[in-house]
Ligand binder design. Structure first.
Ligand SMILES: C[S@@+](CC[C@H](N)C(=O)[O-])C[C@H]1O[C@@H](n2cnc3c(N)ncnc32)[C@H](O)[C@@H]1O
Length: 226
């Protein structure tokens, strides 16, 4: 997979892309991630990429021209189809199913808005879809893009060391994960459920399934309806 991110703050990404599993995924050749500064795509001699909104109002809007030019330049480098995603609080809510769907794409291009947002023509004529990471407003799309990259890349086959860790985690099969414990078996006055130290794998698996159902019913009954 190849991921291209368009932003006016490329420096924000190293903390996420150059650490841990996402870094190793790139080293293993599972994903190539390119962060592009939007400013060089501006035709303005001062590399300005924003302007005031028509009709008045507060703040600045990222202009369409540099964003269209950046996406065109990236598409010229890409072999095959790409999906252009605009990070936007008004977009469809991003969830695990979206992450799964996008993890099967070969090329993803993320556009990070800033200030009061992006020129409407970007969403109308350039973006294939708009995604939101929740009903709140961030100062920019960069954190949202990082959330998407993290959750998508870990689903690419071979990125996580143990592929079973994907099968039994929250939101797979519309269930939340069962409770997890580690050593010691007794911490202060609290012991782990006896079944987990019994060594009986069929009983452990039945217990986990029942706990996952109980937990989902208690916390997220909406998932069970799906
Ligand atoms: C301050 S926001 C603009 C909000 C816009 N004026 C509105 O009211 O819908 C600036 C940028 O941050 C990003 N952003 C903010 N909240 C987001 C969210 N919940 N999910 C995804 N991106 C978000 C978008 O890229 C957006 O263009």
């Amino acid at each position: 997979m190849r991921i291209d991110i368009i932003t006016i703050f490329p420096g924000m990404f190293s903390a996420v892309l150059d650490e841990s599993i996402i870094k190793r995924a790139q080293q293993k050749g599972k994903v190539d991630i390119f962060v592009h500064d939007l400013r060089p795509y501006s035709l303005d001699k001062h590399h300005k990429v924003d302007d005031r909104p028509f009709g008045g109002g507060s703040g600045m809007i990222l202009q369409a021209e540099p964003i269209f030019r950046a996406v065109a330049a990236i598409k010229r480098k890409i072999k095959g189809r790409s999906r252009v995603i605009l990070l936007c609080p008004q977009g469809k809510s991003f969830n695990h199913a979206c992450a799964r769907r996008l993890s099967k794409c070969s090329n993803l291009i993320f556009i990070c808005g800033r200030y009061e947002g992006v020129d409407e023509r970007v969403r109308q004529y350039l973006a294939d879809e708009e995604l939101s990471i929740g009903d709140y407003v961030l100062t920019g799309g960069e954190l949202a893009a990082m959330v998407l990259v993290d959750s998508i890349v870990r689903l690419i086959p071979g990125v996580l060391g143990d592929k079973n860790s994907l099968n039994f985690e929250s939101f797979e099969g519309n269930l939340l994960e069962y409770p997890q414990y580690s050593r010691p078996a007794k911490f202060r006055k609290w012991s782990v459920p006896e079944v987990l130290v019994s060594g009986a794998h069929d009983k452990i698996s039945a217990w986990r399934k029942a706990e996952a159902l109980k937990r989902t019913r208690q916390r997220r009954p909406d998932l069970l309806k799906k």
